[in-house]
Design a protein around this ligand. Sequence first.
Ligand SMILES: Nc1ncnc2c1ncn2[C@@H]1O[C@H](COP(=O)(O)OP(=O)(O)OP(=O)(O)O)[C@@H](O)[C@H]1O
Ligand SMILES: [Mg+2]
Length: 160
Amino acid sequence: MHKCVVGDTSRIVQVLYNLVGNACKFTERGSIWVDASVSGNGEVVSVSVHDTGIGIPQDRLEDIFAPFAQVDMSTTRRYGGTGLGLNLVKQLVEAHGGAITVASRQGKGSVFTFTLRVWRDGQASPSPITDSTRRSMALAARKTTAEAAEDLESVRSSQA
Ligand SMILES: Nc1ncnc2c1ncn2[C@@H]1O[C@H](COP(=O)(O)OP(=O)(O)OP(=O)(O)O)[C@@H](O)[C@H]1O
Ligand SMILES: [Mg+2]
């Protein structure tokens, strides 16, 4: 990776704030960790937020990104919130040409991965977002989440 790259810092912080906030809210025991990797010539960063929390049912993984979507109302009462965080995150990530993916095991934990573009410090502006940018960002997010989901299982079995 280039030594110094730039991105839309305030947006990245906002996305992380929401994902780490969720991880904290839905995890009573175990750990929460964030990691990042680069691909695409050092111009694509995948950031994953992992937790060992309550997890999300498989059939809800798609719609938790919709506005006001929460897994259940008892969860809402217990944990609070409005169900808007992930919708905002998705919109922010996609507005920057990136993608967000999730993998989860109920009762075991979750991992959310988002991709973002960075560019060399000093470079006038990043290249425009094309369909091919979006495709490669979506692919990178899916790949990282799939790998992280395997780790989620191994973390679990090593704790058992
Ligand atoms: N890390 C996670 N572990 C388990 N469930 C999660 C996790 N992140 C999100 N969810 C589920 O997805 C729902 C939607 O998340 P979202 O961040 O949009 O809303 P919220 O956290 O409930 O409220 P808000 O973010 O508006 O305060 C949550 O209510 C929860 O059911
Ligand atoms: Mg939230």
